[in-house]
Design a protein around this ligand. Structure first.
Ligand code: DON
Length: 303
């Protein structure tokens, strides 16, 4: 079946190139609003280490919320299961930047992938270090996972995120008021905005996802791999998580830059990028492309 992958990827690329309804790129910062929605890239790394790609596979894009997966791996490395006293493991059913549940739930965010939860995770990952040191650790982790040193933070994106991040500041201050933020909001958010501004190509991102498919490099324990995949399946697409599980049947984490990292446990790490977003803020064609790929290859975790 895997021999057919190059042809299947090319078919998906051609089908996506023909689409006129491509969703809308994020427009809250100029760097994302300026991106050409006509771009599309798809890359697959198999368990045997081989990689197959189609489309715009060498253009770096802003990984945004996909960074939350790597940050979670690092925070769990520092704190282990103690992290779960500060952040839940339930889908939120609400938008990624919603503040609604936080008041009812006394500053404990529902899960590590909504913004509130990710800010707590980054706050924990700082673990007494300066943001610069944490970002160095995060980049080292991602570069090791991808087997590629050429992964960087886009400073303009980080600056724009800081200038427009009023909701994130509100979330951080609210959690600080509830005692669930150990660093000053400016410090935790400085680290968070910079991690969101990391740029990668789909080729790099698919390779970076290998540690979540149970393949080498083994950067975290098998137990943590299983748990992070479970969270990606249930919470990785916010209020679109149920629909993504229904359509694709694989754990995935999206970002407003239009990227999605998808894991077929034991089989493959998949990265897709198409900048136009659907109503939940997840890549529209990216979702459709991985739905087609998973179906053609029979890769659902549900059999
Ligand atoms: O914090 C934010 O709102 C953005 N930097 C990242 C949000 C994001 O990627 C949501 N995912 N679809």
């Amino acid at each position: 079946m895997t021999e057919a992958i190059p042809a299947i990827l090319e078919e998906i690329r051609a089908e996506m190139a023909a689409r006129t309804d491509r969703g809308t790129p994020a427009d809250y910062i100029p760097e994302l609003a300026a991106i050409d929605p006509g771009q599309f890239g798809l890359s697959v790394v198999l368990a045997d280490g081989s990689q197959h790609s189609a489309g715009d596979t060498a253009i770096p894009f802003s990984i945004q919320s996909i960074s939350k997966v790597f940050a979670l791996a690092i925070a769990l490395g520092h704190h282990g299961d103690r992290l779960w006293a500060r952040v839940g493991r339930e889908p939120s059913g609400l938008a990624f930047n919603s503040i609604l549940q936080l008041e009812h739930e006394r500053g404990i965010p529902r899960n590590p992938f909504i913004n509130a939860g990710a800010i707590v995770v980054t706050d924990a990952a700082l673990a007494g270090h300066a943001p610069r040191e944490y970002l160095g650790e995060l980049l080292t982790f991602i570069r090791a996972a991808a087997g590629d040193e050429d992964v960087h933070i886009n400073a303009d994106v980080a600056r724009s995120e800081t200038e427009t991040g009023h909701r994130n500041f509100a979330l951080a201050h609210f959690m600080r008021a509830h005692g669930n933020l150990t660093n000053a909001p400016e410090l935790a958010l400085g680290a968070y905005f910079h991690q969101c501004a990391i740029e990668m190509t789909v080729d790099q991102l698919a390779r970076a996802g290998r540690f979540l498919m149970g393949a080498r490099p083994r950067l975290i324990s098998a137990d943590r791999v299983r748990r992070i995949n479970a969270l990606m399946l249930t919470c990785g697409h916010y209020d679109g998580s149920g629909d993504f599980a229904f359509r694709v049947g694989l754990p995935g984490k999206s970002g407003v830059g239009g990227g999605i990292l998808v894991i077929a446990p034991g089989r493959a790490s998949i990265a897709v990028w198409s900048p136009g977003l659907n109503e939940q803020g997840n890549s529209k064609l990216g979702t459709e492309a991985v739905e087609m790929l998973a179906r053609r290859l029979g890769w659902s975790i549900f059999g």
